[in-house]
Design a protein around this ligand. Structure first.
Ligand code: HEM
Ligand code: HEM
Length: 148
């Protein structure tokens, strides 16, 4: 989870994707961007807390149950209990954030009827990719290069 989240954050910075959307007002863009960052923070925090919990309470996490990951802290039962509680609380926080996030996506699609949800589809399936400026820009550059 941590590798996927960090990989996605790196790709996001490299490809300059994000909640940049021509159909949204400035306030909505800021709100969406902030919620996305909180989602990322919850994902990183939750997975690190899980790692620390596994370190403090057991032999530490093993990738797919086999490959041991580096130990971040030693065994500590009391701290382990606290970490496990924080990990569980972080899991609930993530669930709540995802609920808000999915509700926002559905609101865009069914109430505002804009292309925010559709912009997540692969190029062949998504009809209006132009709503995401990063993608629209890439398409324009590609088009200029091909002389169209
Ligand atoms: C039914 C489930 C989901 C739907 C319909 C959905 C929909 C979307 C949509 C439409 C966007 C693009 C928003 C934009 O361009 O402004 C988005 C972005 C995002 N979603 Fe979801 N999502 C779902 C589940 C999740 C889950 C489970 C997570 C995390 C645990 C998540 C994390 C994110 C993040 C972090 C972004 C921002 C991406 C970026 O700009 O880097 N989503 N989602
Ligand atoms: C999105 C990722 C994750 C979610 C949603 C999640 C969720 C949860 C939840 C709900 C619990 C039960 C908590 C309780 O009631 O006490 C739990 C326990 C635990 N998680 Fe995670 N977790 C995630 C990632 C991880 C990772 C990456 C690790 C370790 C590398 C980890 C290690 C643990 C450990 C050691 C426990 C305690 C297990 C036990 O009670 O014996 N988790 N997790």
């Amino acid at each position: 989870m941590l590798a996927l989240t960090l990989g996605r954050l790196a790709w996001r910075a490299y490809a300059r994707v994000g909640a940049v959307n021509a159909v949204l007002s400035r306030a909505q863009l800021l709100l969406a961007g902030a919620l996305h960052y909180v989602l990322y923070a919850a994902l990183v925090g939750l997975t690190l807390l899980g790692w620390l919990t596994a370190d403090a309470t057991s032999i530490g996490p093993r990738l797919f149950g086999v490959l041991p990951l580096p130990r971040l802290i030693g065994i500590d039962r009391n701290l382990g209990d606290d970490l496990q509680q924080w990990h569980a609380q972080a899991a609930w926080l993530l669930l709540a954030l995802v609920a808000v996030h999915v509700a926002a996506a559905l609101w865009h699609h069914y109430v505002r009827r804009d292309a925010v949800l559709r912009s997540m589809l692969p190029p062949a399936a998504g009809k209006d990719r132009s709503v995401r400026p990063a993608i629209a820009l890439a398409a324009a550059v590609e088009c200029a290069g091909a002389g169209c």
